[in-house]
Design a protein around this ligand. Structure first.
Ligand SMILES: Cc1cc2nc3c(=O)[nH]c(=O)nc-3n(C[C@H](O)[C@H](O)[C@H](O)COP(=O)(O)O)c2cc1C
Length: 218
């Protein structure tokens, strides 16, 4: 039995339009940076909801869409998350992390203090579902799928004029507890969302040139 199909809604661009489109996206994405200093200014929650919808258009193993986005605006819950994250981060920076890892983090100037977890108007916690509501409902390629959805989300936020950070206080089990998530969900990323604080600075870092990331087999 063959599965039902419908005509593909595909926009074929002429070569000039293709180049213009990709250059516009490149110049926008070059300006995307991880932000660690947020303004307390509120953001339009509907815009963030649309960004979640965009993220949820991502491909996923067997189309299982094994993700949940929990959007937190409650100051009390943000405070709880900050305190729990800082506990983990103090253990991480205070000895749990290997020396090599701490050295690699030096150029970013990060430490165990995470004020942005209360300052950002929203915290979006992305959960990965290892299976559906019951263990019989299998999910496939969960990490790959949720990683792609996260990428869509980060891109959508940036295109919408919002800033974020992919934060991973490790381990992140406290997020499932605080947010009362079911046992099939595991916290994948914690993303503060908002506007950068006035005068926000970011670390000076380099991105690898194309020659280091692209291999062409002709
Ligand atoms: C999976 C992942 C986990 C990350 N975890 C943290 C984190 O816990 N804390 C943090 O400050 N930045 C974290 N980052 C942000 C990276 O440090 C940042 O993306 C990198 O330095 C490049 O900077 P850019 O995003 O401004 O290009 C993480 C990024 C990724 C992709």
């Amino acid at each position: 039995m063959s599965a039902p199909t419908k005509p593909l809604d595909f926009e074929r661009l002429d070569p000039a339009a293709m180049r213009a489109r990709v250059e516009a996206l490149a110049s926008s994405m070059r300006r995307r940076r991880s932000v660690r200093h947020f303004s307390r200014e509120p953001v339009d929650l509907d815009v963030v909801r649309r960004c979640v919808e965009i993220a949820s258009l991502a491909p996923s193993g067997a189309n299982k869409q094994p993700w949940r986005f929990v959007v937190v605006s409650s100051p009390g819950v943000k405070k709880q998350i900050r305190e729990a994250a800082e506990n983990e981060e103090r253990a991480f920076y205070g000895g749990r992390a290997p020396e090599r890892w701490l050295k690699d983090l030096e150029p970013l100037g990060t430490d165990a203090d995470k004020p942005f977890l209360e300052e950002a108007p929203l915290l979006v916690v992305l959960f990965a579902q290892k299976h559906g509501e019951t263990e019989d409902e299998k999910h496939y390629y969960v990490n790959e799928s949720v990683g792609i959805a996260a990428g869509f989300f980060i891109l959508a936020l940036h295109q919408a004029g919002l800033a974020t950070l992919t934060h991973t206080p490790s381990p992140m089990g406290f997020l499932g507890t605080i947010l009362n998530r079911p046992a099939n969900e595991r916290a994948f990323l914690l993303l503060p969302v908002g506007y950068p604080a006035p005068g926000c600075e970011v670390p000076v870092i380099e991105k690898k040139p194309l020659s280091e990331v692209l291999v062409e087999v002709r």
